[in-house]
Design a protein around this ligand. Sequence first.
Ligand SMILES: [Zn+2]
Ligand SMILES: [Zn+2]
Length: 89
Amino acid sequence: MHCGIEVGPLPRGSYRNHCPSCLCSRHVDVLPGDRAARCRGLMRARGVDSHPAKGHMLVHRCVECGFVRRNRVAPDDELESLLQVMKYG
Ligand SMILES: [Zn+2]
Ligand SMILES: [Zn+2]
Protein backbone atom coordinates (compact mmCIF):
# COMPACT_ATOMS: atom_id res chain seq x y z
CA MET A 1 0.00 0.00 0.00
CA HIS A 2 2.33 2.74 -1.11
CA CYS A 3 3.65 4.41 2.06
CA GLY A 4 1.08 2.72 4.31
CA ILE A 5 -0.50 6.06 5.12
CA GLU A 6 -0.83 6.74 8.80
CA VAL A 7 -1.49 10.42 8.49
CA GLY A 8 -1.92 12.71 11.43
CA PRO A 9 -3.84 15.97 11.49
CA LEU A 10 -2.28 19.07 10.04
CA PRO A 11 -0.92 21.56 12.58
CA ARG A 12 -3.45 24.24 11.73
CA GLY A 13 -6.64 22.42 12.62
CA SER A 14 -7.60 21.34 9.15
CA TYR A 15 -7.47 17.58 9.09
CA ARG A 16 -5.63 15.72 6.40
CA ASN A 17 -6.92 12.58 4.80
CA HIS A 18 -4.40 11.65 2.21
CA CYS A 19 -0.71 11.02 1.83
CA PRO A 20 1.30 14.11 0.84
CA SER A 21 3.69 11.99 -1.18
CA CYS A 22 1.64 9.60 -3.32
CA LEU A 23 -1.70 11.35 -2.59
CA CYS A 24 -3.42 8.07 -1.86
CA SER A 25 -6.13 7.89 0.77
CA ARG A 26 -8.25 5.22 2.38
CA HIS A 27 -11.93 4.52 2.13
CA VAL A 28 -12.78 4.96 5.78
CA ASP A 29 -15.36 7.75 5.67
CA VAL A 30 -18.88 7.89 4.36
CA LEU A 31 -19.05 11.56 5.24
CA PRO A 32 -15.71 13.31 5.65
CA GLY A 33 -14.23 12.47 9.04
CA ASP A 34 -16.92 10.06 10.25
CA ARG A 35 -14.86 6.86 9.76
CA ALA A 36 -18.10 5.01 9.04
CA ALA A 37 -17.14 3.16 5.86
CA ARG A 38 -16.34 -0.50 6.27
CA CYS A 39 -14.57 -0.76 2.94
CA ARG A 40 -11.05 0.36 3.99
CA GLY A 41 -10.01 0.19 0.34
CA LEU A 42 -7.15 2.16 -1.09
CA MET A 43 -8.31 5.39 -2.66
CA ARG A 44 -6.09 6.65 -5.42
CA ALA A 45 -6.02 10.18 -6.73
CA ARG A 46 -7.61 10.20 -10.16
CA GLY A 47 -7.61 13.85 -10.99
CA VAL A 48 -7.63 17.42 -9.79
CA ASP A 49 -10.67 19.68 -9.98
CA SER A 50 -10.78 23.34 -9.26
CA HIS A 51 -13.63 24.49 -7.10
CA PRO A 52 -14.65 28.17 -7.17
CA ALA A 53 -14.82 28.47 -3.38
CA LYS A 54 -12.55 25.74 -2.09
CA GLY A 55 -9.69 25.91 -4.54
CA HIS A 56 -8.11 22.77 -5.87
CA MET A 57 -9.78 19.48 -5.05
CA LEU A 58 -8.23 16.07 -5.40
CA VAL A 59 -10.54 13.47 -6.83
CA HIS A 60 -10.09 10.15 -5.06
CA ARG A 61 -11.52 6.87 -6.26
CA CYS A 62 -11.64 3.69 -4.19
CA VAL A 63 -9.97 0.79 -5.98
CA GLU A 64 -12.20 -1.69 -4.12
CA CYS A 65 -15.69 -0.31 -4.61
CA GLY A 66 -15.34 2.62 -6.97
CA PHE A 67 -16.52 5.20 -4.43
CA VAL A 68 -15.48 8.69 -5.53
CA ARG A 69 -14.78 11.56 -3.20
CA ARG A 70 -13.26 14.99 -3.50
CA ASN A 71 -10.74 16.27 -1.00
CA ARG A 72 -9.12 19.60 -0.68
CA VAL A 73 -5.47 19.68 -1.71
CA ALA A 74 -3.27 20.04 1.37
CA PRO A 75 -0.53 22.68 1.59
CA ASP A 76 2.19 20.07 1.95
CA ASP A 77 1.10 17.83 -0.90
CA GLU A 78 3.96 17.23 -3.26
CA LEU A 79 3.58 19.39 -6.33
CA GLU A 80 5.23 16.75 -8.43
CA SER A 81 2.59 14.19 -7.48
CA LEU A 82 -0.22 16.66 -8.12
CA LEU A 83 1.10 17.40 -11.59
CA GLN A 84 1.38 13.71 -12.27
CA VAL A 85 -2.26 13.19 -11.30
CA MET A 86 -3.39 16.13 -13.42
CA LYS A 87 -1.64 14.70 -16.44
CA TYR A 88 -2.25 10.99 -16.11
CA GLY A 89 -4.93 10.55 -13.45
ZN1 LIG B 1 1.64 7.55 0.23
ZN1 LIG C 1 -14.36 1.53 -1.05
